[in-house]
Design a protein around this ligand. Structure first.
Ligand code: EPZ
Length: 429
């Protein structure tokens, strides 16, 4: 194929020359997993909303495209996104957008609440295994939605509108909790969610909805009460910092033995991971929205890292922290309790010289003395971040492909790491 010829395929890669030493401070971007439900919720507002601290990520762009497809006006100015939902005149999400981002299911409750109906395709499985939505559908049905599932599509309607209900989640699903909170905000009556997710993103969504006039109490606890209101106004809201991106930068610092500081973080949200970094021998100093990490010359192993719903250790931090522990002194054990197959990064870490064995939900990491650079491919978002973390410490050149995964959740990752002194650049061929 002639270079640049018709149909020429451009492949982007990250090239990392390791081992790197990092120094300095970076500001952590806003939380992807908060922006997405906030954009969905903005559909219910009778006036415009402004979201500040919105990271430039492909998942956020996809969510903005969904809103535009539905008829909303959405504009971005730097890290602020303005949504005017007044022009919304559709109730469907095209399959191509659903496939780009399985978390599009979080738009379902908002579309039914606003339009009285919704048509979207089943999110299907993804890199982490099947992504069932039974909890979302069961809850919305209890609120009066009639949902037909056929030929991979969801055809939903609530002609009489949604009504408050008692919802008991068999698992504290983040997305299902968000869908119910949004749908219940303007439902007729009161909704009580038992066994609700307690993640910081749930609290951020509740704060946003309450600023718009919703009546929500208990967010962050296991029982959330939402008293439906007739209408919601607009508001200006600042998105919370991305605790998973922050934990990824901490892992980069720890694996390279570099002292760095992070600005714009919420150290309370990071508590579940900070204890693991301290057990690995890192000294962490928290002040307000800044945090300093000073790692030991060689990390200690961490015996039991079990991913759990918040405030347990977050599943999204499992891969980057596993990469970090691949160079630790001793054996670390991970148990992935949230997703069925979230160890796809292990095969790629082995190519860099790690020594990891996976048995079902358990991964046993034998710390090695060194990693060596190699060409690797990101299997999913956080697995890709793990490869970047490992590549920073690996000796020689690491080439990482599959950047579409990484770009879903990290804003200009290579620029942030380069500003700390890493030898990392993005190439396209
Ligand atoms: C959110 O996904 C996050 N995504 C995920 O982050 C995160 O890993 C996950 O919460 C857990 O914290 C967004 O917020 C956009 P769940 P979500 O519903 O809502 C099962 C990242 O890397 N389940 O809490 O999809 C499900 O299969 C992403 O940023 C059902 O069985 O997670 C999983 O095993 C990855 N039925 C478990 O619950 C349902 O109806 C947790 O899922 C829903 C979920």
């Amino acid at each position: 194929m002639a270079p640049g010829g018709k149909g020429c395929l451009t492949v982007e890669k990250l090239l990392i020359e390791g081992p790197s030493r990092l120094a300095g401070e970076i500001t952590v971007h806003g939380a992807k997993n908060s922006v997405l439900p906030l954009l969905a919720a903005s559909m219910l507002c009778s006036a415009g909303c402004v979201l500040h601290n919105c990271p430039v990520l492909s998942d956020v762009e996809t969510a903005m495209r969904i809103l535009r497809h539905l008829g909303c006006q959405v504009e971005r100015e730097g890290s602020s996104v303005f949504v005017d939902p007044a022009g919304m005149d559709r109730d469907d999400i095209p399959d191509c957008l659903m496939r780009e981002m399985r978390s599009s299911i979080v738009f379902l409750g908002a579309i039914i609440s606003r339009a009285g109906s919704a048509r979207l395709s089943f999110p299907g499985g993804c890199e982490l295994g099947p992504r069932p939505i039974d909890l979302h559908l069961a809850a919305l049905r209890r609120m009066g939605a009639v949902i037909r599932e056929d030929h991979g599509c969801l055809d939903c309607s609530a002609p009489g509108g949604l009504r408050g209900a008692r919802i008991s989640l068999s698992f504290p699903s983040v997305g299902a909790t968000e869908n119910v909170m949004i749908a219940a905000s303007r439902a007729d009556g009161t909704t009580i969610i038992s066994n609700a997710a307690r993640e910081p993103e749930i609290c951020d969504l509740a704060d946003f909805l309450c600023q718009c006039g919703a009546k929500i109490s208990g967010a962050g606890e296991s029982t959330i009460v939402i008293e439906g209101v007739q209408s919601l106004g607009g508001c200006e809201h600042r998105v919370i910092p991305d605790r998973i991106a922050a934990s990824t930068f901490l892992a980069a610092s720890a694996i390279t033995g570099s002292k760095i500081s992070l600005a714009g973080v919420n150290s309370i949200h990071l508590n579940p991971v900070l204890s693991v970094f301290e057990e690995a021998g890192c000294h962490i100093k928290c002040q307000e929205d800044r945090l300093e990490i000073a790692p030991p010359p060689r990390l200690c192993s961490v015996k039991g890292i079990r991913t759990m719903p918040y405030p347990g250790f977050p599943t999204d931090s499992q891969a980057p922290v596993m990469a970090m522990e691949s160079l630790a002194d001793g054996t670390s054990v991970f148990v992935e309790n949230i997703f069925e197959s979230r160890y796809k990064h292990v095969g790629e870490l082995l190519r860099l010289g790690a020594n990891i064995k996976v048995e079902g939900r358990v991964a046993v990491v034998e710390g090695v003395r060194r990693l060596s650079g190699a060409p690797v491919e990101a299997p999913d978002l956080r697995g890709g971040a793990a490869l970047v973390v490992a590549g920073l410490a690996a000796e020689g050149r690491t080439e990482i492909s599959g950047l579409k995964h990484i770009d879903r959740g990290y804003e200009r990752l290579e620029e942030s790491l380069a500003s700390l002194g890493a030898s990392i650049l993005r190439t396209s061929s």
